[in-house]
Write a protein that binds this ligand. Structure first.
Ligand code: ZN
Length: 233
């Protein structure tokens, strides 16, 4: 029964997203030029998920209980784009809604890995190690049209393929930040941060933290979806 309900929710979500075939998208885009007859210009279509793998990912994300809207694909030049992305506004833990800060568009698959990590990696570690459930995750953003720090190579952030995580706020009010607590926290706080980083390494392709370099002293960089192996530092 639960499965049926989630399928219904997923299909309701997808129909709300106005899924139209690729050929229709092109003709809709062409028809947005103002008509000389004075007719009202056609509204741009709602964000779409025309590809089966995108629809599958949106349904998967819906199943996690995340609150989000799909973002219209955009190619922004200079190797930067937001294709197949979503705007996440909240996630679910076992017991409650998890709020997020500073999130921009993120690739759907990375968003789904983030939702699962927040629930099964972070919230449960917070309860077990720190004795309080998770309430909020503070990010330093996801999409940013920029290079890897100190290089001429485009960052995964340039295609909304990564999320930077700065801190975790617990239900009891404690705020555990990578900057303050990775080195300076109590034994439990340090164990919590190392535990959540290790669990991220099981879900994301690349995970970088304070041990990697000075550019990551204040956040975890979570990039891509775990394939055969992950790069975890
Ligand atoms: Zn990053």
């Amino acid at each position: 029964m639960k499965k049926i309900i989630s399928v219904l929710i997923a299909s309701a979500l997808l129909s709300a997203c106005t899924v139209v075939p690729e050929s229709n998208r092109a003709s809709t885009a062409r028809s947005t030029a103002p008509a000389s007859s004075g007719a009202v210009a056609t509204r741009l279509p709602a964000p779409v998920a025309a590809h089966p793998q995108d629809r599958q990912c949106l349904a998967q994300l819906t199943d996690t209980g995340a609150q989000f809207v799909p973002v219209a694909d955009a190619y922004l030049g200079e190797g930067c784009s937001t294709v197949g992305t979503v705007q996440l506004s909240a996630l679910r833990s076992d017991a409650t809604r998890l709020s997020l800060s500073n999130m921009g568009p993120v690739q759907c698959g990375v968003g789904a890995a983030f939702a699962a990590w927040a629930r099964y990696g972070v919230d449960r570690a917070a309860q077990q190690i720190l004795g309080s459930p998770l309430q909020r995750i503070e990010t330093m953003g996801s999409y940013a049209c920029r290079n890897v720090a100190g290089s001429s190579r485009r960052s995964a952030h340039a295609t909304a393929g990564a999320i930077d995580i700065a801190a975790f706020v617990l239900e009891d009010g404690r705020r555990i930040s990578v900057l303050q607590h990775w080195h300076g926290g109590s034994a439990a706080e340090k164990e919590f941060l190392r535990t959540v980083q290790r669990s991220a390494c099981r879900r994301f392709a690349t995970v970088l933290g304070p041990e990697y370099n000075a550019a990551h002293r204040d956040h975890f960089h979570l990039e891509g979806v775990m394939g055969d192996s992950s790069f975890c530092r």
